[in-house]
Design a protein. Structure first.
Lengths: 339, 330
């Protein structure tokens, strides 16, 4: 069914489209420049030039490797929630909170009505899409995750917060579509955090996506999916992008009990390991996926964003995924879409 | 009926000022081999004293050491036991905080040295108020452990092993003069079927409490489905999180409590400050229904999920709420 949707959107993709989850590592010069910008040593324009240089590098690399659906690599973003919070009225930057061990982050605080005033991601999407003929995904953080990863002093409860944020995300989706973006990823890594709130998260995704002409992907990771599966399949997305390799592909057992009914961007390499998997390992993971999923439904990518890897590790991981996809394509011919 | 103010456990170890960044800088230097374990220990002491000072200045009656020395609620205890190795990161309940997961590889046993006794003694030395030691309970430790040791394939032997490792610590803390010893068992709310297993473990632990009162604290979930059964547990105080279910107050008011309660009515997971008058009104209703001479008003869980300035504001709010209750007005 989703292949049909891709056709309607005039998107021609091969079997096992290769993509990535979103972020790529920042080159050292950009990390240094971001630090200098924080200290006021360089201007926003100077920083932007270097972000463009790094984005161009990643677009070129994805093309060279043979990736099918590209991302801009998020060279201009820090945290996936704070990036949006910093640009939206209604949010305030919070104080430091510990995430683990000796690591801390600034958790945003919602202090007023969150308003979408102008596009946030469209400019960077246009920049990236302008560098390639291949489709580039629009990349957004979903309302449930923005809600869960922020403090809230304005809305009455979590549900009201989430649904208000959903209206904001929908406006950004509409802006991306208006700019001709056809594949839009709305990340919800917090999806499984409170299984009892899954209906709220699903309702919010309906607010974001219903009736809009795009192919929607939702990425989720490092959660207890056994608590929300198969209910999560009620989400109005075309494709779930799931971390599979880090958990030893144990979600496949869930899919055997209740068939997975969407397209699946199948994480075939571990994003948090320095080791670049070899081709037999990745090919084997794809074969295991094909035991429970129709081949037309399978996309391939890393488990999660690659920003914590080195540039060489990230390139190595993408390269082996492309090789595995090419190997599998040569053995299989596409068939008719599933009924 | 007295209403005492207490902290629930952790306290932020970082703030925006340079002196409140000292621990982060020292840990980083230690990891690079540029600071000694002794200097790190000393800095942990400095931040512990700062946490105690904030609590005392806010007017708390029962303080904690802020768990400043804890990398997380699981590995700080499990990592000191034989038979355990520490693995990678995993999300802690529904927080944005990650803990390191223990792997049980062999029989779990205590090694030389205490788990938290020396930390407690340090805090006592520097506090002007009674200090409450806090331990993560055996069920929560077990529920977050990867089992690679056949005898622990079933949950109960693993819970029992952790309980046996914690028992001497409770004994030592009681002998050191702790008036209240807190056991945190958030895992029970997520796994209510473990109730009987926890009950048996608590029976073992409660025998070691000496003259100390044993407080069981449950958070990160709605205690309502278990509320009546919780009254049967062999503990002296029940600490409950009221933030997950706004109707839970009504259950407590209607059913009452045979035990003193730790009232987790101030949300330690959100920066919004509660209306003191509204909270005081609910406390007045609850206190009428509690048997005993005292209850605690405390944050719903540890405060380190908040930025430091907001954690401080929540502590001050506890005192503000108390002045508006009938118990506080007396």
């Amino acid at each position: 069914m989703s292949r049909e949707k891709l056709k309607q959107l005039c998107l021609e993709l091969p079997l096992f489209p290769v993509t990535s989850v979103g972020s790529f590592p920042k080159p050292d010069y950009l990390t240094a420049a971001r630090r200098d910008f924080q200290k006021g040593k360089i201007t926003a324009e100077e920083l932007r030039k270097l972000e463009e240089k790094a984005t161009t590098f990643w677009i070129k690399k994805q093309e060279e490797l043979g990736v099918d659906v590209l991302v801009d690599g998020e060279q201009y973003r820090g945290d996936m929630v704070a990036y949006f919070a910093e640009k939206l009225p209604g949010f305030q930057t919070g104080g430091l909170v510990r995430s683990y061990g000796n690591r801390y982050y600034r958790k945003p605080i919602i202090v007023g009505e969150v308003k979408w005033e102008k596009p946030i991601t469209v400019d960077w999407w246009r920049f990236a899409q302008g560098k390639t003929a291949k489709p580039v995904k629009g990349m957004l953080t979903g309302p449930y995750t923005v809600m869960d990863w922020s403090f809230n002093e304005h809305y009455p409860d979590r549900q009201a917060t989430c649904l208000a944020l959903a209206q904001m995300v929908r406006q950004e989706v509409e802006a991306l579509i208006k700019a001709s973006c056809k594949i839009i990823q709305v990340d919800e890594p917090a999806l499984s955090v409170r299984p009892e709130e899954l209906p709220v998260a699903l309702e919010a995704l309906h607010v974001v996506m219903d009736g809009l002409p795009a192919y929607f992907i939702t990425h989720a990771c490092y959660g207890a999916f056994e608590n929300i599966y198969p209910k999560m399949l009620e989400a109005p997305v075309d494709n779930f992008d799931l971390e599979m390799s880090n958990s030893g592909l144990d979600m496949l057992a869930l899919f055997r009990q209740n068939p997975f009914t969407k397209d699946l961007s199948f994480g075939v390499v571990d994003s948090h390991s320095h080791v670049v998997e070899d081709l037999p390992t990745v090919s084997q993971r794809l074969q295991q996926a094909l035991q429970v999923l129709p081949k037309e439904a399978v996309w391939l990518d890393p488990d999660c964003g690659l920003k914590t890897r080195t540039v060489d590790e990230a390139l190595g991981k993408l390269r082996v995924i492309v090789e595995a996809a090419k190997g599998a394509r040569s053995q299989l011919a596409p068939t008719a879409p599933r009924p | 009926m007295k209403l005492l103010l207490a902290n629930t456990g952790s306290y932020p170890r970082i703030g925006d000022s340079p002196e409140l960044q000292l621990l982060r800088r020292t840990i980083a230097a230690h990891d690079r081999g540029e600071a000694t374990p002794e200097s790190l220990h000393a800095v942990e002491g400095v931040l512990t004293k700062a946490a105690l000072k904030d609590q005392e200045e806010a007017g708390l009656d029962l303080v904690t050491d802020g768990q400043i020395r804890w990398p997380d609620p699981i590995s700080h205890l499990a990592g000191k036991l034989a038979g355990i190795e520490i693995n990678g990161l995993l999300r802690y309940f529904d927080t944005n905080f990650y803990f390191r997961q223990p792997v049980a590889k062999a029989d779990i046993k205590r090694q030389d040295g205490p788990l938290v006794l020396s930390e407690h003694e340090f805090a006592r030395t520097h506090a002007t108020k009674p200090v409450k030691p806090v331990l993560t309970g055996p069920l929560t430790l077990a529920r977050h452990t990867i089992v690679e040791h056949a005898p622990y394939k079933q949950l109960e032997p693993l819970v029992r092993a952790y309980a046996q490792a914690l028992a001497p610590e409770i004994d030592a803390l009681a002998k050191a003069g702790a008036e209240v010893i807190q056991l945190d068992e958030p895992a029970l709310l997520k796994n209510p079927r473990d109730f009987s297993i926890l009950q048996r473990a608590l029976l073992l632990l409660s025998k070691h409490r000496g003259k100390a009162k044993l407080a069981l604290y449950l958070y990160f979930g709605d205690p309502q489905p278990l509320y009546e059964r919780l009254q049967q547990l062999p503990v002296d105080i029940l600490g409950l999180d009221f933030t997950y279910n706004p109707k839970f107050i009504e259950r407590v008011v209607s059913a009452g409590s045979q035990k003193p309660l730790g009232l987790g009515l101030v949300d330690a997971r959100n920066t919004r400050l509660e209306d003191p008058a509204a909270v005081a009104h609910q406390i007045n209703r609850i206190l009428l229904r509690v048997k005993g001479e005292f209850c605690y008003l405390n944050p719903s869980c540890g405060l380190e999920y908040l930025p430091r300035d907001r954690a401080q504001a929540k502590l001050k709010l506890l005192a503000e709420i108390r002045t508006r209750t009938k118990a506080g007005a007396k």
